[in-house]
Design a protein around this ligand. Structure first.
Ligand SMILES: CC(C)(COP(=O)(O)OP(=O)(O)OC[C@H]1O[C@@H](n2cnc3c(N)ncnc32)[C@H](O)[C@@H]1OP(=O)(O)O)[C@@H](O)C(=O)NCCC(=O)NCCS
Length: 169
């Protein structure tokens, strides 16, 4: 399947792209894997995302890559800068619409984020994922991320293990 990856800082998103992104995040098969998901009203969440993308050019803490198929946003990756004493690091958040899983989209997004991060002088990438998230773990491991630790986290009232994967660039 053909898809392209665009950098949302270089190619501003249309409202329909932002709507597609919110729909991906709210999809039950996606939402169940997200750790800090604030379950809000659709319109409220859409407005927050529109504001985030409008302000993205001036946001030095975030970059977003969008995967598009036939002009439609089908997946995205956010790279969040975090301060670590050892140097510049960034955390990856990623979601792909379930209709497009297992087509290499997340793999391509993560690989592109590595190029982006290197260009920004980031020395370390982090992926935090639920231990049960075999697909995400597989993507991280095949690209070379190493399991650095496991945390106990509370999600929807239940404790889970969260794996912390790291790639030193
Ligand atoms: C995790 C996610 C981003 C992967 O997206 P994707 O585009 O399907 O990923 P890819 O196609 O690039 O790669 C998936 C890999 O995992 C494998 N995989 C898929 N489901 C799997 C499973 N249940 N167990 C083991 N491996 C699995 C695929 O075979 C593929 O491996 P391969 O390339 O060696 O064949 C997607 O499933 C998703 O959006 N999930 C919900 C949100 C989420 O979990 N985000 C991450 C939170 S940290």
């Amino acid at each position: 399947m053909r898809f392209e990856i665009v950098n949302a800082k270089q190619t501003p998103l249309r409202d329909e792209d932002v709507k597609s992104i919110v729909e991906i995040e709210r999809h039950p098969m996606v939402k169940k894997w997200l750790i800090d998901y604030a379950d809000e009203d659709f319109e409220k969440e859409l407005e927050e995302y529109k504001k985030f993308f409008t302000d993205l050019q001036n946001n030095n803490l975030a970059d977003v890559l969008i995967a598009k198929h036939e002009g439609r946003a089908i997946g995205f990756l956010a790279l969040w800068r975090i301060n670590e004493e050892s140097g510049k690091a960034a955390s990856i958040g990623i979601s792909v619409h379930p209709d497009y899983w297992r087509k290499g989209i997340a793999t391509s997004l993560v690989k592109e984020s590595i190029r982006l991060a290197k260009g920004r002088g980031i020395g370390k990438l982090i992926i935090e994922t639920l231990e049960e998230n075999s697909a995400m773990k597989h993507v991280a491991e095949k690209i070379g991320f190493k399991l650095e630790g496991v945390r106990r986290i509370l999600k929807d009232g239940t404790y889970h293990n969260e794996d912390v994967y790291v790639l030193n660039l």
